[in-house]
Design a protein around this ligand. Sequence first.
Ligand code: FES
Length: 64
Amino acid sequence: MFVCVCYGITDKQIQEAVSDEGVGNIRDLKIHLGVGAQCGSCVELARQIIDEKICDEHLFKDVG
Ligand code: FES
């Protein structure tokens, strides 16, 4: 699903940026993918995806 229509960024790309690039907030995400740098309407959803992914990563580490 597209999260940032202006830059054509999907939720999967955001999740990968969190797990592979260590992105932890919107500022980092903007630097890596440009998300939110145009109209800004994607920022809230992108923030939720980052937070959910960070929670998943922590759960995964606890199990492993
Ligand atoms: S939808 Fe992301 S900047 Fe416009």
